[in-house]
Design a protein around this ligand. Structure first.
Ligand SMILES: Cc1cc2nc3c(=O)[nH]c(=O)nc-3n(C[C@H](O)[C@H](O)[C@H](O)COP(=O)(O)OP(=O)(O)OC[C@H]3O[C@@H](n4cnc5c(N)ncnc54)[C@H](O)[C@@H]3O)c2cc1C
Length: 423
C-alpha cells in the first residue's frame, strides 16, 4: 500500500482496521509479545516516511467512536470528542449541523484528525494556531496496551499533541469548539511583489485566513486568497488599490486547472467548514500528482525570506507546481513547527519528480537557513538531524519523553530513528 501521493510504499502488508480502543490495545500487546513494531496510520496524506512501519500499521478509520459534545455549566457546547481516524470533513459536518465550529482547517478536509495533529498540520491566519492548538485531550494507547488520557494542562501534553506517532496510538481526540461562523472567500490576481512586500503584514492580517500563491518568478504574485469571517473581520484591505484584480470566476491555485474542486469563492458567504479548506470535501481529490515540502520561519523574517526565494526562483520553478505562503500563530506543542513563534509557512507543491526534488531541496533549505526554518514533519525535506535539533529547541526533551513513555520502542520506525536524537 502507498501513501496518497504514491511516493511512499509502506514496508508492511500487515494493516489492521480495529473497531474499538480495546482492539487497538490488543493489537499493540500482540505486536509487543512478538517483539514487533506498530504504528498508527491516518489518512495516508503525508509525503515523508513518517507513517511507515516494518511491523503492523493500525488504521483508525473504522474505529466506532461517535462524536460526542461536552457542555459548560451554561449549557453551551465547549468541546467535541471524536475518533482519531475521523476526517476534518466528517467532524466539520457534525459540528456545523449543530451550529458549532472549529477555529481552522488545513487546505484539504479529507485528512484525519489524529494524523493532522500528530504532525503539526496547520491552515492560515495570523491569529490561528496549528490544528493541534484546538486539542484539549488525547486518548492514547501506550506500548503496554494501557489507555491513558492526556489533558491540556497535564505536564505531558505539550510533548504528546504533536507526537509524530511516537508516543502511542491516539484513539480519541477532544477538540475545543466555538459557535458557528460564516466565511466569505475571494481571490485576487496580479498583486505585484513590490506592493505585496511593502504591505506584507497588512495583507496577511487583512482576513481571518489569507494565502498568497506564487512560483517565486516574475514581478507579480500569482493569487491572494482571502477568507473573511463575517462575524469578526473589520474593514477590508483594498487589494485593488494595490494594483490587484479581483477574480470574477472561481480559480484553482494551479494555473490552468479547473476550479470544480475548490470551496466557494466570489464572496458567496458560506459555513466555515465549506470555506476554510481550499478543497471541497465531497470532491475526491485524485491520487496526487504532486509532492509537498514546507518550512516555517519566524513571521518577522517573511519579507527577507521571500526576497531570498525570489532570487532562486528560476532554479526552483521548473520543478514547482505552485508555492503557498500562510501565517500560523505560535503554539505550545514542543514539536509544532510554529512552537513559540508566530510563523510564515512556506509551502511548495512540487511536480511528482522525487529524485529531482531531492536535488533542489538543499538549495531551498540553504536559502532559508539564516531564518531558522522548521520543516513540516509530514512533508519532504533533506534537513539533517543536527539541523533539525537546532530548528526544534525541544527535540531533545521530546526524545527523552518518547524513551520514557515507549521504553521498548514499540512505536519507533526508521523515520523516527533518523530524526530523533539518541541518548
Ligand atoms: C493534498 C494535501 C494537502 C495538505 N494540506 C496541508 C495543509 O493545508 N497544511 C498542513 O500543515 N499540511 C497539509 N498536508 C499535510 C498533511 O496534513 C499531513 O501530512 C498530515 O499528517 C496527514 O495526516 P494523515 O491523517 O494522512 O496522517 P498519516 O500521513 O497517515 O500519518 C502521519 C503521522 O501521524 C501519525 N498518526 C496518524 N494517526 C495517528 C493516530 N491516531 N495516533 C497517533 N499517531 C497518528 C502517523 O503514525 C504518522 O507518524 C496536506 C497533504 C496533502 C496530501
Amino acid at each position: 500500500m502507498k501513501n496518497w501521493a504514491g511516493n511512499v510504499e509502506y514496508s508492511t502488508q500487515d494493516i489492521r482496521h480495529p473497531a474499538s480502543t480495546a482492539e487497538v490495545s490488543a493489537i499493540v500487546v500482540d505486536a509487543g509479545a512478538s517483539g514487533g513494531q506498530v504504528k498508527a496510520l491516518g489518512s495516508r496524506h503525508s509525503f515523508s516516511t513518517i507513517a511507515d512501519s516494518v511491523g503492523t500499521l493500525v488504521a483508525l478509520d473504522e474505529l466506532a467512536i461517535e462524536p460526542s459534545l461536552q457542555f459548560g455549566d451554561d449549557g453551551v457546547a465547549v468541546s467535541v470528542r471524536v475518533g482519531a481516524g475521523s476526517t476534518y470533513a466528517q467532524v466539520g459536518a457534525f459540528l456545523a449541523a449543530r451550529d458549532l465550529a472549529l477555529p481552522n482547517l488545513a487546505s484539504l478536509p479529507h485528512i484525519s484528525v489524529g494524523g493532522a495533529i500528530q504532525t503539526g498540520t496547520h491552515g492560515s491566519g495570523v491569529r490561528n494556531g496549528s490544528l493541534a492548538s484546538s486539542v484539549l485531550a488525547l486518548e492514547i494507547v501506550r506500548g503496554s496496551g494501557e489507555v491513558e488520557i492526556v489533558r491540556e494542562h497535564d505536564p505531558d501534553f505539550a510533548a504528546s499533541v504533536v507526537g509524530l506517532g511516537a508516543v502511542g496510538i491516539v484513539t480519541a481526540v477532544t477538540l475545543r469548539v466555538e459557535p458557528h461562523f460564516q466565511i466569505s472567500q475571494y481571490v485576487h490576481e496580479g498583486l505585484s511583489w513590490r506592493n505585496a512586500l511593502a504591505n506584507w503584514s497588512a495583507i496577511m492580517s487583512s482576513g481571518y485566513s489569507v494565502s498568497v500563491f506564487t512560483t517565486f518568478q516574475g514581478e507579480n504574485t500569482h493569487q491572494v486568497w482571502s477568507k473573511r469571517r463575517l462575524d469578526r473581520d473589520g474593514p477590508e484591505l483594498d487589494l485593488a488599490a494595490l494594483g490587484a484584480t479581483e477574480a470574477k470566476v472561481a480559480l484553482h491555485p494551479l494555473p490552468g486547472v479547473a476550479a470544480n474542486s475548490v470551496t466557494g469563492q466570489l464572496r458567496e458567504p458560506g459555513p466555515w467548514n465549506e470555506r476554510l479548506a481550499h478543497f471541497r470535501s465531497e470532491f475526491q481529490p485524485s491520487h496526487g500528482e504532486e509532492i509537498q515540502s514546507e518550512y516555517l520561519i519566524p513571521a518577522e523574517h517573511a519579507v527577507a525570506a521571500i526576497d531570498a526565494l525570489r532570487a532562486i526562483g528560476d532554479r526552483i520553478a521548473p520543478l514547482l507546481h505552485i508555492s503557498e505562503l500562510r501565517s500560523v500563530a505560535a503554539d505550545t506543542a514542543w514539536l509544532s513547527p510554529s512552537y513559540a513563534r508566530d510563523s510564515l509557512a512556506i509551502h511548495f507543491t512540487w511536480k511528482p519528480l522525487p529524485a529531482e526534488i531531492l536535488t533542489v531541496l538543499p538549495l531551498v533549505e540553504h536559502t532559508l537557513e539564516s531564518f531558522a526554518p522548521r520543516p513540516h514533519w509530514g512533508k519532504v525535506s533533506t534537513m539533517s538531524p543536527a539541523r533539525l535539533r537546532r530548528a526544534y529547541p525541544r527535540l531533545d526533551d521530546f526524545a527523552a519523553h518518547v524513551r520514557r513513555v515507549d521504553p521498548a520502542g514499540r512505536f519507533e520506525n526508521d523515520y523516527l530513528k533518523r530524526v530523533l536524537p539518541h541518548d
